[in-house]
Ligand binder design. Structure first.
Ligand SMILES: Cc1cc2nc3c(=O)[nH]c(=O)nc-3n(C[C@H](O)[C@H](O)[C@H](O)COP(=O)(O)O)c2cc1C
Length: 505
């Protein structure tokens, strides 16, 4: 995909030049001149205490699914290889590995890991194999796993369920959404896709059973996922829903609270985390009138003028939904703190309807749009939101997201953000797919290996959007030489051709 007119990160000759650029952009994004190794007391090397467990350092691997499991929810060699890399990375907090469906109909794709057909034994074997792959890789490289905390991310994909066919949505929604329904082919009067309170009650039991499975297998915590437009996240904005799980903030957070209470009763001592989209935004679309120098149009916000107050976002101002409003997310995180849930991983928005917020990138995924802003603005926005939440919720242990676009300067920014106390841990997603040694290199005081740096081509998203396994096609030999790579190139070239035809010059 073609590039927008913002300066590539690789263009800067050193951290000083990059810092100058941040100033020119007017971004309050701290960045150190030099990365310290663990021996020099790097903030990234400091241990972190959580309820009697010491996490060895401040690097966190974010959950990333590969669309590469079997149709009965089991890992394949690709999945095990990825989890091995997570272990090899040197990060001491592994947030969930990847989304793991608590029941078959809640899968985001037919190859998502999880509990399919209620077969807990099979799912347990799969989860155990993943955990072992990660722990073995970590042990082999670092000698032990005593300070390695590994979670499993529990999910139901809600509006974005595709349990049977890769391209057929089988949505299970919390409420009708005036912009997302038409965007994803839901008729406004089709109530068959709106899940009942009884469905939610049974689903809560599935979460608790999945947490038991995770505990029995040996995971250190479970993440009750509330991000990215999936069901848990959607319920947080279910203001227009009736019944026990909609309306007031108390009701909208009931799903989370009941799952947490259930896990607490059935799995005493198991740590619980929540990955949360800390703010939301109305959906974006590609503006077909502009080509921005590339095949996809520039991103523009969908027209929400007829839908004010905007009651369908969690963490955006109802009267001006372009603005972030953290009052409810903060109240939710404080509520979680009251339930002894202190581990919070902050992300934002959704990869399905406004990906540039969630994964700032230079190159758009095939179902996206050209970045409407310099992706550094997106990085700084996420970091600043975590800063604000840390200020309001000092007892919570926060993981920040969206750092991969920083590329060469990821460790410089991570170190500076930690030193200021703006976050407790730095989470990295896409960068790990390309360069799984980055945390270990930074901790050892080695310079980054630029040949492995993720340049945010978005192939790891474009591939699954086109029915292929995810992975770093440009940089990881495993995918570079895979048959799926030829398929991906073909799809991208077809897309370019199609867009050339429909877009005016
Ligand atoms: C291929 C891919 C798969 C992902 N899968 C998940 C997932 O299973 N669960 C989740 O919470 N986030 C998922 N994410 C989001 C990442 O965890 C992360 O928030 C995002 O990539 C932004 O961080 P980064 O800039 O470090 O990549 C995924 C991202 C990518 C690129």
């Amino acid at each position: 995909m073609a590039q927008q007119p913002f300066v590539k990160i690789g263009h800067f000759k050193d951290a000083g030049a990059f810092i100058g650029h941040l100033h020119r952009l007017g971004l309050d994004l701290p960045c150190d001149q030099r990365v310290l190794g663990a021996a020099e007391h790097s903030p990234l090397a400091q241990p972190l205490e959580i309820d009697g467990f010491t996490i060895g350092n401040r690097w966190c691997v974010q959950p990333m699914e590969g669309w590469d499991g079997t149709t009965d929810g089991q890992p394949t060699e690709h999945t095990l290889r990825r989890w091995g890399h997570f272990g090899q990375s040197g990060a001491k907090l592994i947030w969930g590995g990847e989304a793991f469906a608590v029941q078959g109909d809640g899968r985001a794709n037919p190859n998502q890991l999880g509990i399919v057909d209620g077969d807990y034994q099979r799912a347990g074997r799969g989860a155990a194999a993943l955990l072992a792959a990660l722990q073995n890789a970590h042990r082999q490289r670092f000698g032990g796993t005593d300070d390695l905390l590994i979670g499993l991310q529990l999910t139901h994909s809600g509006r974005f369920c595709r349990p049977h066919e890769k391209f057929r949505l089988e949505p299970k929604i919390a409420y009708h959404h005036p912009l997302l329904d038409p965007k994803f082919g839901i008729a406004p009067d089709d109530d068959s896709v709106v899940i009942s309170d009884d469905y939610l009650r049974a689903l809560i039991d599935s979460y608790v059973r999945a947490a038991k499975l995770a505990r029995d297998v040996g995971f250190g915590f479970v993440d009750v996922k509330h991000c990215h437009g999936y069901l848990g996240h959607e319920l947080l904005s279910a203001r227009t829903r009736g019944g026990r799980y909609g309306g007031s903030l108390e009701n909208r957070t009931r799903f989370a609270r009941e799952i947490i209470a259930g896990i607490g009763a059935e799995c005493p001592g198991l740590k619980i985390g929540v990955r949360l989209s800390a703010f939301d935004h109305p959906p974006f679309k590609s503006d077909a009138r502009q080509d921005g120098g590339g095949p996809l149009g520039r991103g523009i916000c969908e027209d929400f003028a007829g839908h004010l107050p905007y009651r369908w976002g969690f963490g955006c101002d109802e009267n001006d939904p372009l603005k972030i409003d953290l009052s409810e997310p903060i109240a939710f995180i404080q509520m979680l703190g009251g339930l002894s849930v202190r581990l919070i991983n902050l992300s934002c928005c959704s990869p399905y309807y406004n990906p540039h917020f969630q994964r700032p990138a230079a190159f758009a995924p095939s179902d996206g749009y050209q970045p409407p802003e310099d992706p550094l603005i997106g990085v700084a926005r996420q970091i600043d939101v975590v800063r604000q939440i840390k200020q309001a919720c000092p007892e919570s242990i926060l993981v920040g997201s969206g750092y991969s676009y920083l590329q060469e300067y990821l460790p410089h920014v991570a170190q500076a953000v930690l030193r200021r106390g703006w976050t407790d841990c730095v989470g990295i997603g896409r960068m790990i797919l390309a360069y799984w040694d980055l945390p270990a290199d930074a901790l050892a005081g080695r310079p980054v290996q630029s040949k492995f740096l993720c340049r945010t081509f978005s192939d790891c998203t474009t591939a699954p959007r086109n029915g292929l396994i995810s992975g770093c096609y440009p940089l990881d030999e495993h995918y570079k030489d895979a048959p799926a790579h030829d398929e991906l190139k073909k799809k991208k070239s077809e897309l370019r051709q199609a867009l050339k035809i429909i877009q005016p010059k």
